[in-house]
Ligand binder design. Structure first.
Ligand SMILES: NC(=O)c1ccc[n+]([C@@H]2O[C@H](COP(=O)([O-])OP(=O)(O)OC[C@H]3O[C@@H](n4cnc5c(N)ncnc54)[C@H](O)[C@@H]3O)[C@@H](O)[C@H]2O)c1
Length: 242
């Protein structure tokens, strides 16, 4: 894709699933990666996967010291920042604890805001940049047991639109990607029966692959998407059609 070579691209939650597949795709496109996740670099497979053009930052995106480490790297320059890290803590509303609510809001929404704010400040100075955020199709239609998660993903879509309006004049594009059911560790840990139901509800009749989402991030990050901002791209095998 156009314009990804030598670009400095950050990916949060890069040690697993969609984040790791996105890092792989962007590495193949010739980008310079800054990968962020909770484990130490040795605990991940990232160094073996990306022996060059990769910096790893061990950071929790909800922690003050983690954010400070990321800020220091953003201050040196940032072409694209992908807010991919996300968690679930499922429970039906009458059983959901404050902790389950707060943890999901902290990772999926507050961290996205704080990291996007850091990027916005630097990118305004640079007069260029792309911010991409992880939404989900469940933001559009709700999901049993996920009052916390669906709220964050709907919030991310609204935040994306607002930031796109505010930052467009500075040459900054902001978009979201809403995956459907993707076969990552987050989904594969669900019961067989639930996975079969997800496949059946998807018109294309399979779970998505992390690489399907990586392709959308790569496109939105690239110059091929230079007139696209404020959108939420569903990559879902048609599941959102209901
Ligand atoms: N898998 C799906 O079907 C699906 C569907 C819709 C949306 N999404 C979204 O896509 C994103 C990636 O999902 P995935 O399925 O690849 O998940 P995953 O669990 O495989 O990977 C998430 C990664 O984020 C990291 N992470 C979690 N909390 C973090 C924190 N506080 N600081 C830094 N890193 C942290 C984890 O360590 C992990 O490596 C998430 O935002 C998720 O909500 C996934």
């Amino acid at each position: 894709m156009k314009g990804l070579e030598n670009k400095k691209i950050f990916v949060t939650g890069a040690a697993s699933g969609i984040g790791r597949a996105t890092a792989q795709r962007l590495w193949n496109e010739g980008s310079n990666l800054v990968l962020i996740d909770i484990p130490t670099e040795e605990e991940t497979e990232l160094k073996a996967m990306f022996p060059e053009r990769m910096t790893y930052i061990q950071a929790d995106v909800t922690a003050t010291d983690g954010l400070a480490k990321i800020q220091a790297e953003i201050d040196k320059g940032v072409d694209v920042f992908i807010n991919n890290a996300g968690i679930t803590r499922d429970a039906t509303v009458h059983k959901m604890t404050d902790e389950q609510w707060d943890q999901v809001i902290a990772v999926n929404l507050t961290a996205v805001f704080k990291l996007s704010r850091m990027c916005a400040i630097k990118m305004k100075e640079q007069k260029s940049g792309v911010i991409l955020n992880a939404a989900s199709v469940v933001a559009h239609y709700g999901n049993f047991g996920q009052a916390n998660y669906t709220s964050t993903k709907a919030g991310v879509i609204a935040m994306t639109k607002t930031m796109a309006k505010e930052l467009g004049k500075d040459g900054i594009r902001v978009n979201a990607v809403a995956p459907g059911f993707i076969g990552t560790p987050m989904v594969r840990k669900m019961p067989e029966k639930v996975i079969a139901m997800m496949e059946d509800k998807t018109p294309i009749k399979r779970l998505g692959e992390p690489e399907d989402i990586a392709a959308a991030y790569a496109f939105l990050a690239s110059e091929d998407a230079s007139f696209i901002t404020g959108t939420c791209m569903n990559v879902d095998g048609g599941v959102v059609l209901g």
